[in-house]
Design a protein around this ligand. Structure first.
Ligand SMILES: [Cu+2]
Length: 170
């Protein structure tokens, strides 16, 4: 199904183009599960009235076999989906990845603004800056892992410590 999105919400989610950046998360903990490391999890605060919120996370697979993020659940949303973002006739569109997201052996998969992301659908209330969304990520091999997605300071944050319009200066 397609999540309901107001124009404003979509603009807030997609307004900031992805930029390659070596910016590191200062306050997002690394969580280990099996041969996976979960890093840099963060969410974006939402404007009032939004029905969806977005989360980003980096998954490092140091093992010799691929794994797959198969599903996500959270305390803030009725449903949580794994989305990808694609350009379609010049318009950025996002859609659910029904089979989840493969984490290849020895690779790092970054869910980040402008690309793949976690979509919290039908959120129970607006996400405020600093609020922590408690999510459970389920991997095919590594199993379940609890991951806190702390909301950044601004709607357009590109990183856990990011501010509107890009990176916080170091
Ligand atoms: Cu989405």
């Amino acid at each position: 199904m397609k999540p309901r999105l107001s124009g404003y919400t979509l603009a807030a989610l997609l307004a900031v183009a992805p930029i390659a950046s070596p910016c590191l998360a200062a306050d997002a903990a690394t969580i280990s599960v099996g041969s996976l490391k979960i890093e840099n999890a963060f969410a974006r605060p939402t404007p009032g009235g939004a029905s969806v919120a977005v989360g980003y996370v980096t998954i490092v697979n140091s093992g010799g076999a691929p794994d797959r993020l198969v599903s996500v659940a959270s305390n803030i949303s009725a449903k949580t989906q794994i989305h990808t973002t694609k350009m379609n006739n010049g318009v950025m569109e996002m859609r659910e990845l029904p089979n989840g997201l493969v984490i290849p052996a020895g690779k790092t998969v970054a869910l980040k603004p402008g690309g793949d992301h976690i979509m919290f659908v039908d959120i129970k209330h607006a996400v405020k800056p600093g609020e922590v969304i408690h999510a459970t990520l389920t991997f095919e091999k590594a199993g379940k892992v609890e991951v806190p997605f702390k909301a950044a300071a601004s709607l357009g944050a590109m990183s856990p410590g990011g501010t509107m319009g890009g990176m916080k200066m170091q």
